[in-house]
Design a protein around this ligand. Structure first.
Ligand code: NAD
Length: 246
């Protein structure tokens, strides 16, 4: 039987690293993509069945090279997980254009560039795309204009991919995680925000990297063969309640 493959961006830590391990556990070969060469080499070195590809997903030249190398190394692309992301929290009045562009270039341009570059390989394998957005892309908050807007764009881009690539047998879905204690989140989550999330989330806790990864891996699997164009919130019920944050 053909060994399945996956490409995970932002794979050197957090949700991307947990997703990599879940793919490996089900026997896939994985291309781990990240712009942080040091932790990428360290984490890839601990694992069999992976190839480490340095790439800044916001850079079109880097992405073109990554796509070429990934196809050469893996031979086929059954899944692409566009997970690399950055967060800058602040309301419109405090968001200068450099911050806006920094967030947009990774979170939205990166998803566009990687998906476009890998579309031929995904079509050839009738593969699946999972884009990582956020509950911040579903609901406005005074905390995060650039981040939330970029993630709302990721949700629409996912629906666009599903509409355009369905005829090629390519599925595209989006996962909106709730809060997870990764470096990205904990750089900006004050105790006040942590407490507010605990109160607002019906399950009264943060999620884990693995809980998000399980949803991603399911959406990439044949078990989800009739699921495309969907936005799945893995958020302990936060989105269902309408309870706001500060
Ligand atoms: P993290 O900071 O732990 O990991 C992000 C990884 O992406 C890092 O390894 C980083 O080096 C890499 N990366 C960042 N910019 C990159 C770029 N331009 N090119 C290549 N690699 C890049 O963060 P995480 O929490 O695991 O986040 C993963 C995804 O989940 C992000 O898209 C994030 O927005 C989303 N998300 C996270 C949370 C949360 O609470 N942690 C909630 C909702 C959504």
């Amino acid at each position: 039987m053909t060994q399945k493959t996956a490409i995970v961006t932002g794979a050197a830590r957090g949700i991307g690293l947990a997703t990599t391990d879940l793919f490996l556990a089900e026997g896939r070969r994985v291309a781990m993509v990240d712009r942080d060469s040091d932790i990428l080499a360290e984490e890839a070195g601990k694992r069999d069945g992976v190839v480490a590809l340095h790439c800044d997903v916001s850079d079109p030249d880097d992405v073109a090279k990554m796509a070429e190398d990934a196809v050469a190394e893996l031979g086929r692309v059954d899944a692409l997980v566009n997970n690399a992301g950055v967060a800058d929290f602040g309301p419109i009045d405090d968001c200068d254009f450099a911050m806006w562009r920094r967030v947009m270039s990774t979170n939205l341009d990166g998803v566009f560039l990687c998906s476009q570059a890998l579309a031929p390989a995904l079509k050839a394998a009738q593969g699946a795309v999972v884009n990582i957005a956020s509950i911040s892309g579903l609901r406005a908050s005074t905390l995060r204009v650039a981040y939330g807007t970029s993630k709302a764009g990721v949700i629409h881009l996912t629906q666009q991919q599903a509409a355009e690539w369905g005829e090629f047998g390519v599925r595209a879905n989006c996962v909106c995680p709730g809060p997870v204690r990764t470096k990205l989140a904990m750089a900006v989550h004050t105790q006040e925000i942590i407490d507010a999330y605990h109160d607002a989330i019906p399950l009264n806790r943060y999620g884990s990297e693995q809980e998000i990864g399980e949803v991603i891996v399911f959406l990439c699997s044949d078990k989800a063969s009739y699921v495309t164009g969907q936005v799945v919130a893995a958020d302990g019920g936060f989105q269902s309640t309408g309870v706001g944050l500060p």
